[in-house]
Design a protein around this ligand. Structure first.
Ligand code: URA
Length: 482
């Protein structure tokens, strides 16, 4: 009987070298006992490793690539019997080439099941790793640094690490797990199969992330079973949003009933009649000409483009008439249209939260939009946001220019491409002008960033977190410029 001990932490090479030695000597599977260092008695096994003499003449060994790919996945599994299973398969393959195509063979199905489980673990790791930013040491510039903690079921860290290298190439990161760690510094990808200690993790993006998560939760679409299959509970303890989930599930039914009862987002059916009636109400005393209040009043009756036909009301800018900073969005959304105030819906909440994290008080900003009416398409009871076209933005610039002339901000923050177009009449890629102060006419400075609703639309979770952090960085730059 031969005993062979391996580290058994996902490296196919150590098993392959041993398996090759046994195969060259013609040792049949039942005469080998495979152990790993993590087995209770595996540590003692290391001294016993010995390979038999090859047969004379040694057999010629060729292994099909599909078996190597399968073995590379199976060795990552934490099942202690995996090495014996793989050797059995290898030995049998030697005599029966088509074995891997036999879907009913019990060794083949067992190996495929382990490989599938490793694949699932890989996928979950790419989905649920949450990076937390580590501040750079005081006064030190350099690449941003992130750390994360994940608890995989299997020894997959080295297998998944290249995925993170490709995805997060422009930052330094460390992924620590109880089954090894991986790190990237822009040049070298390092992996270790030693268990890593759990780092102390928490950063400011957690709160943003939770707000984002709560905002996109749609109680009408809730499917608890599917949700827990996609995001099994064992991962929850390391996800900042997870503790919101039970409450959201518990409130879902009531929220759906409430949404149905309110039907708040339907356009008013008789809004022309209501407008006519409102027109008969004696007008309030007119604000002094040439003031922001007078322009706001004029904008209430704006018919410069067709969007006003569907919208409930004009949503004019809000904030101090002598604000140093003016922030410009795209156009009011569903909730802003009903409230008559800019940035009060989900994008507004994310915006205000980010301002707070950057240390900016919203009350000090004049906040407005490039377009002052809500453009949408009715779909059933919902109103689906529609991007304003260039003609509409140009028409509405009439109001934006007056706001700029009267408020006279020193710093103008354009959130998104529509605001940028309204200010410059140019269609530029945001990335080309983002995050840098740009000189404008009359000594004003322009600062360009993304629109907060863009962050809601990023399908990939990792990218979304990265962009949330960048948006926060932009607001910190705004704070510095103020
Ligand atoms: N998006 C905007 O651009 N403006 C708002 O007021 C709300 C959402």
């Amino acid at each position: 009987m031969f005993r062979y001990s391996l580290r058994g932490r996902g490296d196919v090479n150590e098993w392959r070298d041993a398996a090759r030695g046994f195969l060259l000597a013609g040792i049949t599977p039942e005469f080998i006992e495979w152990r790993t260092m993590d087995d209770a008695d595996g540590l003692f096994g290391f001294d016993e490793n010995r390979l038999p003499q090859p047969a004379d003449p040694p057999p010629k060994i060729t292994v099909q690539p599909s078996f190597i790919r399968l073995a590379e996945a199976v060795v990552c599994h934490s099942d202690p019997t995996r090495f014996a299973l793989l050797y059995r398969l290898l030995f049998r393959l030697f005599h029966s080439h088509g074995l891997l195509n036999m879907a009913t063979d019990s060794d083949v199905t067992a190996a495929r099941r382990l490989a599938k489980s490793v694949g699932r673990d890989y996928h979950k790791m790419t989905a649920f790793v949450r990076f937390k930013e580590l501040p750079l040491p005081e006064g030190q510039a350099g690449r941003r640094r992130f750390v994360s903690w994940f608890e995989p079921d299997h020894f997959i860290v080295a297998r998944v690490a290249p995925f993170f290298q490709r995805r997060f190439t422009d930052m330094d990161w460390l992924i620590a797990t109880p089954k090894g760690s991986a790190s990237w510094d822009g040049e070298t990808l390092k992996t270790s199969d030693d268990p890593a200690p759990k780092p102390n993790l928490r950063d400011d993006t957690d709160d943003l992330w939770r707000i984002y998560y709560a905002s996109i939760f749609n109680p009408a679409r809730l499917k608890v079973k599917m949700m827990t299959t996609e995001m099994p509970k064992k991962y929850w303890k390391n996800l900042p949003e997870a503790d919101l989930i039970p409450g959201m599930i518990a409130r879902a039914e009531a929220s759906v009933l409430d949404m149905a009862a309110r039907q708040a987002s339907e356009p008013l059916p008789f809004h022309h009649r209501i407008q006519d009636a409102a027109a008969k109400v004696p007008a309030a005393p007119r604000a002094a000409a040439g003031t922001l209040a007078a322009v706001r009043e004029d904008a209430r009756h704006c018919t410069r483009c067709d969007i006003h036909c569907l919208a409930t009301q004009t949503v004019f800018g809000e904030g101090p008439a002598d604000a140093q900073v003016m922030v410009i969005g795209e156009q009011p959304g569903d909730q802003e249209d009903l409230a008559g105030k800019p940035f009060v819906g989900p994008a507004g909440k994310l915006f205000v939260e980010t301002l707070q994290q950057a240390g900016i008080e919203r009350d000090r900003l004049y906040v407005t939009n490039a377009v002052k009416h809500f453009k949408y398409q009715p779909r059933g009871k919902r109103r689906i946001h529609q991007k304003p076209n260039m003609g509409e933005v140009r028409q509405c610039r009439w109001w934006l220019r007056q706001e700029l002339d009267l408020v006279k901000p020193k710093l103008v923050v354009a959130m998104g491409a529509t605001a940028l177009f309204a200010l410059t009449d140019m269609r530029q890629k945001l990335e080309d002008v983002r995050s840098e102060p740009i000189a404008m006419e009359e000594g004003k400075t322009l600062f360009v960033t993304v629109h907060p609703s863009y962050l809601f639309r990023i399908p990939d979770e990792g990218l979304r977190r990265e962009q949330l952090a960048r948006f926060r960085e932009d607001m910190i730059s705004v704070k510095r410029l103020m």
